[in-house]
Design a protein. Structure first.
Length: 191
């Protein structure tokens, strides 16, 4: 089983990264191959709306550090997306990646019965952290992301969310979150 993990936080030791790391460590112990990309350390641009991926190519026309990431996601079984909540949404680093996944959609995807260029059956693990302890806030983020990845053919999705974690290391101290993370990784790797 292959796992690709995308860290959307600009903080190397942020809470979302710590949770994603626990997931990846557990997956590796279960025999999975794991590739992790810290998006903030890469040099890439957002989607240019050039439509080349719908007219001339079957991948993104841009050639930058995200090219390797997009290809790795094409080949993976499990995709882990990790982000803190910044300004009521995922980080700009992760949002820019998501925009570039437009290249995964087929030409005419709005009416084409085959919407995605990705092999069906992938699994999505979405890690979201927020400083605000109120879990009723920002609960709209995951359904949006889940909708996109379902269109790409992801068969299963899992949410690991930690509310009320601000400073570095706080998520690691949350036994409930870390237990859920480990349990989720073990269940996915067993399947």
């Amino acid at each position: 089983m292959n796992v690709v993990c995308l860290l959307g936080s600009p903080q190397k030791k942020g809470n979302s990264s710590a949770i994603a790391q626990r997931f990846c460590d557990t997956a590796e112990k279960s025999g999975a191959s794991v590739a992790t990309f810290a998006l903030n350390e890469l040099n890439y641009r957002g989607c240019q709306g050039c439509m080349a991926c719908k007219t001339k190519r079957d991948d993104c026309a841009l050639s930058d550090d995200l090219t390797e990431v997009l290809e790795a996601v094409r080949e993976t079984d499990v995709l882990v997306l990790a982000s803190p909540v910044y300004f009521w949404d995922v980080s700009s680093q992760l949002k820019t990646f998501i925009d570039r996944t437009f290249s995964y959609l087929t030409p005419g995807f709005m009416t084409n019965p085959v919407k995605s260029r990705l092999a069906p059956g992938k699994k999505l693990v979405f890690v979201l952290t927020q400083g605000n302890p109120d879990s009723s806030l920002f609960r709209d983020i995951f359904p949006k992301i889940d909708c996109f990845f379902k269109a790409y053919g992801f068969a299963e999705s899992y949410l690991i969310r930690a509310c009320g974690v601000r400073g570095p290391g706080e998520a690691e101290g949350r036994e409930d979150v870390m237990a859920l993370t480990q349990k989720t990784a073990e269940a996915i790797c067993r399947a």
